[in-house]
Ligand binder design. Structure first.
Ligand code: AMP
Length: 373
């Protein structure tokens, strides 16, 4: 396992908030940061030592990142797989490129989850709109049709309740194959963030319960309010997937919890995840510190939760009302990512609140009026 040490440079593909928080964690220990992003002074660019401003798939820029960096990581999965693969031949990319290839494609991702022995909702891949009709004959209604490539935050998917709505799914096939997936009547959504180094050492962060609004993560509550049986199943599934994929770095595993306490895996993200931001304050090791340890070939630290916590996302429309009241809430840890344009629904920051009374704190968050539904 190659070791990277303080003073050396970590190259990050992608300059968003995940890159920024990775970079901040690494800089605490004295690493240098180089970032590749199409915009100057991106959230990560603002805290980086070296900025390479170019598209993510620009071959020369990737090579330049490889030259200035001792290790390369990425902050999101929709980067160019071929470019990352080529880079891994000339630079140290401990995470490899394969996980990016798999998680870019829902069809490949589901197949890998099943091969790992973890459960997914019934689904059928459809290469064309014609194939969708026969897939839905088998899956039934209600179902969700999702593009194989490029969907996020509910984009690239349509829920169908009956055959009359079938046409609504046609446009999804314009750019990509799709899957038809049974609608899951879940009672909760949870996520497990698992981190693993090249020596095969792995730890899960405490399981988060995730509440979405308009398909975007709104709140994560930790520990998730589920039975110990669910926690055990969730961690065991994450571990099976991480071992099967020979994970190095971070994998976020999003899951549905059913009424009978069974779990189904929804999707994977091969990077630190919005639902793990609470770990910055609430754990002895944040998802970002642990990610840096994993890619730098260091032993991992066993995570410990200091206190139950709630993380609330701050979208564009929340920034001004948040700033107006923030000084009145000394218990809130506020993170803003340095994005200049506060567009509606854009992730601008988050707050974390450690609390002994989750229900009461949830009520306090509602009472601020900042996060109107
Ligand atoms: P995804 O893009 O797959 O993460 O889906 C976004 C959100 O849509 C999930 O967090 C769920 O709230 C919902 N969703 C996705 N797939 C299903 C499903 N099969 N059944 C019910 N809800 C789903």
């Amino acid at each position: 396992m190659k070791t990277i040490l303080p003073g050396q440079t970590i190259g990050i593909i992608g300059g968003g908030q995940l890159g920024r928080m990775m970079g901040l964690a690494a800089k605490e220990a004295g690493f240098k940061i180089a970032v590749l992003d199409p915009t100057m002074d991106s959230p990560c660019g603002q805290i980086a030592d070296i900025q390479i401003v170019a598209p993510y798939n620009d071959e020369a820029a990737l090579e330049e990142l490889g030259e200035v960096s001792d290790v390369i990581t990425y902050e999101f999965e929709n980067i160019d797989y071929e470019g990352l693969k080529r880079l891994s031949e000339i630079a140290h990319v401990p995470q490899g490129a394969n996980l990016v290839r798999i998680t870019q494609n829902r069809i490949a991702e589901k197949a890998e989850i099943q091969q790992a022995g973890a459960p997914v909702a019934p689904y059928i891949a459809a290469q064309s709109f014609d194939e969708l009709k026969s897939a839905i004959d088998t899956i039934g209604f209600p179902c969700i049709v999702k593009t194989a490539f490029g969907g996020y935050d509910g984009k690239g998917q349509v829920k169908l309740d009956s055959l009359n709505q079938l046409q609504e799914a046609e446009s999804l096939f314009a750019h990509s194959a799709c899957i038809a997936e049974a609608f899951v009547p879940f009672v909760k959504e949870i996520s497990v963030i698992i981190q693993r180094n090249a020596a095969g050492e792995s730890y899960c962060l405490p399981v988060a319960e995730n509440i979405h609004q308009h398909h975007i993560l709104h709140e994560s509550i930790v520990p998730a309010r589920v039975s110990s049986n669910v926690i055990e199943q969730a961690e065991a599934a994450a571990r099976k997937i991480a071992d099967h994929l020979q994970l190095v770095g971070t994998l976020a595993v999003e899951m549905f919890v059913l009424e009978n306490d069974d779990i189904l895996i929804n999707e994977l993200a091969p990077r630190p995840h919005n639902s793990g931001h609470y770990s910055i304050e609430a754990c002895n090791v944040s998802q970002f510190h642990q990610h840096i340890r994993a890619i730098c070939g260091w032993p991992l630290r066993k995570p410990k939760l200091w206190a139950p916590s709630i993380m609330v996302n701050v979208l564009g429309e929340h920034v001004t009302p948040l700033i107006r009241v923030v000084k009145e809430y000394p218990d809130w840890s506020v993170h803003l990512y340095g994005k200049t344009e506060a567009k509606e629904k854009r992730k601008m920051g988050h707050i974390t609140i450690m609390t002994d009374d989750i229900d009461n704190t949830l009520q306090e968050i509602i009472a601020t009026g900042i996060w109107a539904e």
